[in-house]
Design a protein around this ligand. Structure first.
Ligand SMILES: Nc1ncnc2c1ncn2[C@@H]1O[C@H](COP(=O)(O)OP(=O)(O)OP(=O)(O)O)[C@@H](O)[C@H]1O
Ligand SMILES: [Mg+2]
Length: 251
């Protein structure tokens, strides 16, 4: 089912060899909504410390796959392993290792920035959550807004705060669904720098994106989904953006 090219990296065969050192291992994963298959026989092995972008047209299945990886949306069939452990069913131990940035900011609008971060920190058992929150606010450039209500924030500020929220428990795997969507140029730079720092810290970063050139610049590896199947899986370096765009469009 999967149409891969000769440049394909880390195929199912690799996955079958060894689970050590893999943040994510997906074998034969499919997802059906009612009678419609929206993910078909996905096979991916993603080593710990990778930076991977999922590309694909609207409806290709990117968010569905990301939610499955986050254990928020179980697959219909197939196998998902995270850090060498089965993740077919939600596991609190594995959840604690994942940070999610989704379309919904998962923030309380009527609480202050600091109250939000401390709340999430306590939820994840973070020791000294206020201190951790202050450090992260510094990192995302919101240190001077700690006492502001979230409802007073712009889209870009909410996105930065969502990242701080997702980082509160120092996750090993960051899953971000279109983290640059709707952001201005400085915010795009700030968010991409934060993701780059996470990757430099040895964390695994997986995001969805629509910008092929940006993805090839930021990520080490790009995977294209089309109609729920992986049609292209490349190392970003030396990959021609036009070629990837053709895979996205299916021309
Ligand atoms: N809760 C749901 N119930 C039924 N169908 C769904 C549901 N969520 C997603 N789908 C379908 O699954 C398919 C993939 O959707 P998904 O949101 O994963 O696409 P995407 O690649 O993230 O698209 P976009 O670029 O627009 O965000 C689409 O056909 C969509 O209609
Ligand atoms: Mg989506």
């Amino acid at each position: 089912m999967t149409a891969m090219t000769s440049d394909t990296v880390l195929t199912t065969t690799d996955a079958a060899l060894d689970t050590a050192g893999l943040a994510v291992q997906i074998r034969g994963l499919s997802k059906r909504y009612d009678e419609r298959w929206v993910l078909s026989d996905i096979n991916l092995s993603i080593p710990t410390g990778s930076y991977l972008t999922l590309l694909g047209a609207n409806g290709a299945g990117k968010s569905t796959l990301l939610h499955t990886l986050a254990m928020l949306n179980p697959a219909t069939s197939g196998e998902l392993m995270l850090f060498g452990k089965s993740a077919n069913r939600p596991s609190p131990g594995l959840r604690a290792r994942i940070g999610v940035i989704g379309h919904q900011p998962m923030l309380y609008r009527d609480l202050s920035v600091m109250e939000n971060l401390v709340f999430f920190g306590k939820l994840y058992g973070v020791s000294r959550p206020a201190q951790r929150a202050a450090e992260l606010l510094e990192r995302v450039g919101l240190a001077d807004r700690a006492s502001s209500m979230v409802k007073t924030f712009s889209r870009g500020m909410i996105q930065r705060l969502s990242i701080a929220r997702a980082l509160m428990h120092a996750p090993d795997l960051m899953l971000a669904d279109e983290p640059f969507s709707g952001l201005d140029v400085p915010s795009v730079q700030a968010v991409s720098e934060l993701l780059r720092e996470l990757h430099a810290d040895g964390k695994t970063v997986i995001l969805t994106n629509h910008d092929v050139r940006q993805s090839l610049e930021l990520a080490q590896r790009v995977v294209v989904l089309r109609c729920g199947s992986v049609v292209c899986d490349r190392q970003a370096r030396h990959t021609n953006p036009d070629e990837v765009t053709r895979e996205v469009i299916g021309s």
